[in-house]
Design a protein around this ligand. Structure first.
Ligand SMILES: [Zn+2]
Length: 268
């Protein structure tokens, strides 16, 4: 696929987008949050990572990248530190679902048939899936297909997990502003990481259930839920290469371009 001027939909002109749709280009919709990520990572971490993931494969697979959804569902104390931090700006679930449904519906209406939602913020799961279902229900009869990538780092290889978490994997709910996210940001956007301020932290209690109103001892003071100081650029590079490869494979398998063997198989 020839390198295009830009893959960012909002930086293109409307005739360029029309030409992309006519040749069968797909579109990625990154979905994230504006949420505290400890003392050392930017609020946009969950927007930057899925956008970078979409851009990493956009040229090769002929996809555009739609403007990301920069706000997400309510930060939960045990997976994101909760709503008590300055800078965390969240949506109600119904707002998020409506927003994502409307954007997907617009993309389908304009003729995109290969669509992938690329979510990074843990708490958005299910709501983005629901939005994709509702958008397709609005366009019965269209041949659009939507890949819903709710958790693009869920199935890393054992080798990468050992590299990332040599002392043991605590669970993805802890992985907020911690080893993986910090490592990925050190690899992709080092200028945005204040690594000398990174801390290892944990809430005093992390039970299997949740409680409302939020108990104070469910929330670590820093907003980092695990061990950020064990992050490194090297860990980030290894993890990122695997995440990109897995995402590329998912898109190729489910949303192959016209004329490819996968597309022909789907048409039968
Ligand atoms: Zn995050």
């Amino acid at each position: 696929m020839a390198q295009r001027r830009t893959r960012i939909l909002s930086e293109m002109t409307w005739p360029e987008v029309r030409e992309a749709i006519e040749r069968g280009a797909g579109v990625f919709l990154p979905v994230g949050s504006t949420e505290q990520h400890g003392y050392h990572l930017p609020l946009a971490t969950d927007v930057i990572l899925p956008t970078e993931l979409a851009l990493a494969v956009a040229d090769e697979l002929d996809f555009l990248v739609a403007p990301p959804v920069a706000y997400g569902y309510r930060s939960r104390p045990l997976s994101g530190g909760g709503q008590g931090f300055v800078g965390t700006i969240s949506l109600q679930a119904r707002t998020l679902m409506s927003l994502v449904e409307d954007v997907l519906s617009e993309l389908i209406r304009q003729g995109f048939e290969r669509i992938a939602v690329v979510n990074w913020h843990f708490e958005n799961q299910n709501f983005v899936y629901e939005a994709a279902c509702l958008a397709l229900e609005r366009h019965r009869g269209s041949s659009a297909r939507i890949l819903v990538a709710e958790h693009p780092f869920a199935e890393l290889s054992e080798a990468t997990m050992k590299t990332l978490f040599p002392e043991g994997f605590p669970g993805w709910d802890y992985e907020h502003a911690s080893i993986m996210e910090t490592s990925l940001m050190l690899h992709l956007r080092p200028e945005l990481v204040l690594f000398d301020r990174a801390v290892d932290d944990a809430s005093k209690r992390h039970p299997w259930y949740d409680v409302l109103p939020v108990p104070e001892d469910f929330v670590p003071a820093s907003g980092t839920l695990w061990k950020a100081t064990q992050a490194s650029e090297e860990k980030g590079r290894i993890t990122w290469e695997e995440i990109v490869a897995q995402f590329r494979e998912a898109v190729v398998t489910e949303l192959a371009g016209t004329g490819s063997p996968e597309a022909v198989r789907h048409e039968r």
